[in-house]
Design a protein around this ligand. Structure first.
Ligand code: NAD
Length: 694
């Protein structure tokens, strides 16, 4: 291995070249190497300008996350940046790839920044529940202006070189980083005084002209940032950039970072960062398992899910054939897809040309034989075993012999579906979540006969569609819906026992979910579950069923668990619903009572944990953290609470066991019986985290 940091000399110009694969993270060796190189170059009188750049695929892509939570070895990043900023000769950051987090902060400490056109910039610390802690909150606003810098730091989103140039973050876009930095270096070699970002104050004056700027910004992001402590801290630091001197602002930033690092929210978010990466690893499937090359896809069924899945393909540039049974259904499906793209274009998310390109990648057809050229066929027809089996039996005749055959079923037995084909090894579930073009989760359901290559291919294509795949085994509802059903069931019980829909939804919303089960039912349509329950032969009608029979299907009929004013999605409590619940409770001989919010929350979440434990016992999920990834990306579990299994560990499994056991004693209902795994871990003082079967 060569040197991590080396210095090259070309006449009066020195280049500090950092080479620390894979992403030049700013770990100790890199920081120390830069500090030593600077010390040598400071003494060297022949050197007039210094260029800082990285080898490999990117400029510094951030801090070394493995050093998180440990005391930082000197020199820390702040000190290195101070050294750069105070350097007596100009230092130019020459950027390619991604300058993220500490990487962008180090560039902000340089006197000049140049970048190739493909470079990306960002301060994504907020995604780990922390803030940019090496001067980012103080220097970026001085360069970009207050509002743009707040947007960058509070969203954590990346921005490109064009925007960086337009907002003053970089000085120039260059065609390459071999000769152009040298020419740039010569052009600025004599400029004095050196431009030092921490001394800029022109863009900070904006706050005087618009005193409500910070409050307005906080209000504009309130919905998205609810429950996360980092955004408010970032806003506070940027405010300090305006009200305090640079040293005062840096002190505030340091205090904010230390506090956030220790916050349970950030600890959960950092846990989740690794959980997501862990989910990509399947122990018995080698990383070099051959995968199906996807050049063309087919989707069967142009309804809610099929349309979204086809959009995912088009968004990734994959041509896709969308199959329907009738021209009407096909036209409707294609029209909705176009409408979705046009709505995105109206919000500024796509150009008119991009809309046409994407729509152009989707070809409708009424002939199943048109799947013949697809490398992957995804089925999204009605949720009925008979229909799915009949279809899969036909796929053998029309699909290419090596094509992956995926079902988007939410609940059905993938082994039974696979049994309808001659080649069950190429069949699996790819369970997308609604809206499929938005939600990031894909449960990859691995059947008993699914080949390793098919699973690896499903993971690869999911990633290409910018989704997060998680492997699950075959069972009713897989990981996510199986646990959700427990919550839905208990929500019904709570209604009967005395809670109002708004009380149930409030408990879940306040916990951090985007909405509660009743509001969610109204959004999805109560008739969906009604049909499934009738299909399963369920005779007893629950409250949702009674609402459907009263013509209340949810938002689409302006009435469900709530009342909706025409054109509004705001749920309004409805006395008619209270009366209906009272009536059903009376029929069942249940005395309704006031149920406190804490009890509502426990009774909604604990059965999910219990079911999650059974899912682990049965090997349906590979690890507890996979269950967490499913819930955060599929159902909006607040990431600052890690996920259900992580949350259960944080509560303590003994406490959860005891509460489950008490409810089991009280009600005799099977779903309260503590899972064997919970019994075992509680007795051992163990945790779900890191638990492995036998
Ligand atoms: P949908 O009713 O909106 O769409 C189904 C479409 O399939 C209809 O347009 C229908 O005409 C078409 N279709 C039926 N049989 C067909 C056939 N043989 N060939 C071609 N097209 C056919 O249903 P949906 O909500 O999109 O659900 C589709 C599948 O996705 C189901 O298995 C469902 O369980 C699953 N799913 C749904 C959701 C959701 O929230 N809606 C979420 C995840 C998974």
């Amino acid at each position: 291995m060569g040197l991590v940091v080396s210095t090259l000399r070309q006449g009066e110009i020195a280049t500090i070249l950092v080479d620390s694969p894979p992403v030049n993270a700013l770990g100790f060796a890199v920081r120390d190497g830069i500090a030593s190189a600077l010390a040598a170059l400071e003494r060297d009188e022949a050197v007039e300008v210094v260029i800082l750049r990285c080898a490999g695929r990117t400029f510094f892509a951030g801090a070394d996350i493995t050093e998180f939570g440990k005391p930082m070895r000197e020199p820390d990043l702040r000190r290195v940046i101070e050294h750069i900023e105070a350097f007596p000769k100009p230092i130019i950051a020459a950027i390619h790839g991604t300058a993220l987090g500490g990487g962008l902060e180090i560039a902000l400490g340089c006197h000049y920044r140049i970048a190739v056109a493909s470079a990306q910039f960002g301060l994504p610390e907020v995604k780990l529940g922390i803030l940019p802690g090496a001067g980012g909150t103080q220097r970026l606003p001085r360069l970009m202006g207050l509002k743009p810098a707040l947007e960058v730091m509070v969203s954590g989103d990346f921005f490109g070189a064009d925007r960086a140039l337009a907002t003053g973050v970089i000085d120039r876009i260059v065609p390459e980083l071999d000769d152009a930095p040298l020419a740039f270096a010569r052009s600025i070699a004599a400029v004095r005084p050196l431009p030092i970002v921490s001394r800029y104050d022109e863009k900070l004056r904006e706050a005087k002209a618009v005193p409500s700027l910070f409050d307005d910004f906080a209000a504009s992001v309130a919905r998205k940032t609810r429950g996360f402590p980092a955004p408010a801290r970032i806003i506070d630091c940027v405010k300090a950039a305006v009200t305090l001197d640079f040293a005062g602002g840096m002190k505030r930033e340091r205090e904010g970072l230390i506090e956030l690092m220790a916050s349970p929210e950030s600890i959960a978010q950092r846990y989740f960062f690794f959980a997501e990466r862990e989910a990509a690893k399947i122990p018995d499937i080698a990383a070099d398992t051959p995968v199906q090359k996807i050049t063309r896809a087919a989707v069967i069924g142009a309804g809610t899910m099929g349309g979204g899945i086809a959009m995912n393909c088009a968004n990734a540039g994959i041509p896709v054939t969308l199959i329907e049974t009738t021209q009407d259904a096909l036209d409707r499906g294609l029209q909705i897809i176009r409408g979705n793209y046009e709505a995105t274009a109206r919000r500024g998310g796509l150009t008119a040309e991009e809309v046409e390109t994407r729509v152009g990648l989707i070809t409708g057809s009424l002939k199943l034989e048109d799947i013949a050229s697809a490398d992957i066929v995804t089925e999204a027809v009605f949720e009925e075993m008979g229909i799915k089996k009949e279809l899969f039996a036909k796929l053998d005749a029309f699909a290419r012999p090596d094509a992956i055959l995926a079902s988007n079923t939410s609940t059905l037995d993938v082994n039974e579906i696979a049994s309808a084909t001659a080649k069950p090894e190429r069949v699996l579930g790819m369970h997308y979540f609604s809206p499929a073009n938005v939600m990031k989760l894909v449960e990859v359901v691995r059947g008993g006969k699914t080949s390793k290559s098919a699973v690896a291919s499903a993971f690869a294509i999911s990633r290409r569609l910018k989704k997060v795949p998680v492997q699950t085994g075959v069972c009713y509802g897989f990981v996510g819906n199986r646990m959700l059903h427990r919550r839905t069931h208990e929500s019904e019980m709570l209604l009967l026992e005395g809670a109002a829909p708004a009380e149930i939804d409030k408990a879940i919303f306040d916990f951090g979910f985007p909405m509660g089960p009743c509001a969610m039912g109204d959004l999805a349509g109560l008739d969906v579950g009604y049909r499934i329950r009738r299909g399963l032969g369920v005779v007893e009608k629950n409250i949702a069923d009674r609402l459907v029979e009263a013509g209340r299907m949810g938002q689409k009929t302006n009435a469900g668990y709530y009342h909706y004013e025409p054109g509004s999605r705001a749920p309004l409590p409805d006395p008619a619903v209270d009366a209906l619940i009272d009536e059903v409770a009376r029929e069942r001989g249940i005395n309704r009572r006031h149920i406190p919010g804490d009890e509502i929350l426990e009774r909604l979440l604990y059965p999910m944990i219990n079911e999650g434990a059974r899912i682990l016992e049965e090997g349906i999920a590979l690890r507890a953290s996979d269950v967490d990834v499913v819930w955060v990306y599929g159902y909006g579990w607040p990431v600052y609470r890690g996920g259900p299994m992580y949350w259960a560990d944080s509560i303590g499994l003994q406490k959860i066991r005891d509460r489950l056991a008490a409810l089991y004693d009280e009600t005799g209902r099977e779903h309260w019986k503590p899972a064997a795994l919970i019994e075992q871990l509680a007795a051992e003082g163990g945790r779900f985290a890191g638990w492995k079967p036998g």
